[in-house]
Write a protein that binds this ligand. Sequence first.
Ligand SMILES: [Ca+2]
Ligand SMILES: [Ca+2]
Ligand SMILES: [Ca+2]
Length: 636
Amino acid sequence: MTRHALLFALAAASTGCMDFGDVEQPITLASHVDDWRDEIIYQVLVDRFANGDVSNDYGVRFDDLARYQGGDWRGLRDNLDYLEQLGVTTLWISPIIRNVETDANVDGYHGYWAQDLAALNPHFGDITELRALVDDAHARDMKIVVDIVTNHVGQAFYYDLNLNGVPDINFQGNGSGNNPTRHYTEYDPDFDPRGVQAFTSLGEAGPAPIVFQYDPATGHVPPSPVLLQDPAAYNRKGRTFDFDDPDQLLHGDFPGGLKDIDTSRCDVKQMMVDVFATWVEQTDIDGFRIDTVKHVEYEFWRFFTQRLRARLAAKGKHDFLMFGEVFDGRDDLLGSFTRHDVLGPADLAGFLGKPAAPDPSDEDQLAAEASCVPDGVPLRGDQLDSVFYFSQHFQAIRDVFQQAQSTDRIEALWTARQTNWGDTPNEDGIGVAPRDMPINFLDNHDVPRFLYNVRDQDPEVAQALLHNAIAFTFTAPGIPCVYYGTEQGFDGGNDPANRERLWDTGFDITNPTFTWVQRLSQLRGRYKSLRRGGMQVLWSTTAIADEPDAGIFAFERLGGDGGGSYAVVVFNSHQGKDSTTRTPDRAMTVTAPPGTELVDVLAKNGEQFVVGSDGTLDVTLPPMSAVILVPVAEAD
Ligand SMILES: [Ca+2]
Ligand SMILES: [Ca+2]
Ligand SMILES: [Ca+2]
């Protein structure tokens, strides 16, 4: 499909009448998911996974990971066997839309520098290729989740601070009293709550005009859709430097010159629904992973998620997943984007530890937001279906599984999630409460890889630590999410070192971490308790030294939506000694009746355990290891 055709479709959509007109072929939307908790997500940076089409390799520079490498959607299609063997069932692919090509010697290969929300990134393929990827995935019962950004566009304009009509970098004043020496860039000036100010030799001169760049060679052309060419569609306050200041968090440009969109405007909200719903309608993709969620107002998420769900449901697309990235360790802030109470600026300020005037009542707030709704259908409190479990990334993956700190922090975190996160499924949503399906991950494109963080360890120890943490993300309540390359033992540090080319490995399916993920995927598929079951912590501890239970963490998966399926999962996160589920003062009691025979299905020739006549279960584990125990009667 041509860009023109899509824009035509968008124009039709905005009047409420979807007409695919001369677009290639209308497609039928369908729901391809039964319960999202059955899924195993694999995160792919498309540019880095496989190069299936060299005809789109313009601008590729293999010697520099900050530049395009040549991967594309065809490469993904060609390697679905590899992914299916690994056991993953949902591919989260990096953004599909056209980006700023190059800025400050970095390419937009990652996809987070939007230039045209209604056009595809030609480095990755065309609409035919994208549809083929979705179709081939669906034929294997795999799903496709697309990464989107609503908070900002790429480096689209500069602030003409000195009113000279050209972009200046490191401009300096003359050092006089009202014109002090200053260092700055007009592409990315510091945040100013009044809006970025211009100045002359006489002092400040009011709001700085913004000037859209026009340099087709680097992809710096005014953003599309056309609404994004209106200066009023942006907050124009400059670059955030204090992420705990609510005004900066919501309204500042994202560092790197990424221009912050005014997502409180009705026309912006509606445009975002139209453009992204159209991509679903054009491809039948199954969900969105949403970037930079905490930088956008709660009211936007209510509008965006509810209007999008309703529009897709009317076309036969149900169970459309929307999960967000809240890059933050504060669990209450994470969970706030999944709650149904009508949160507002005062709530946000509270999570950030700042004072604020009280918000309006829920009723008054929703009434105000209703002024944006064209068809009069009232808004509710509903927001996202889930968020990445960043708090767990820090407090469990880092603190416990890398640094062997006490496991009681995992129990505390999981307990807090029950009240911090939404407890009700969204209307027209996926049918699962957000608190029951956090997205569990080890690493991603924005943090150093797990193996990088433990690079000072002996390689065998590092791998044992990695495997134990992977087992944790595959057995904890929620959905496991594997960042591409983890299965090949990648160990890259900070961006772009953590964005390696996967094809350099030859897609090796014998790598021990590949086979470990494969095995855990099979166990999740086989045992419903691990996917849909409820959860009860059996053992956590403050002990980290030579105590009998130092490093032990254990929980049951039972009840919930797991049918009668039952599992006990025990970890020893201690890095130097065997530990056990018994101390002089305490023994581990399980729900399975006395005499129940359990077998470890994680080990190939699993050890057997029997629940004692007093209901206790003794499990002793070597350092950095785990067992997954299921009733012998349930094991096969
Ligand atoms: Ca290519
Ligand atoms: Ca200037
Ligand atoms: Ca924002």
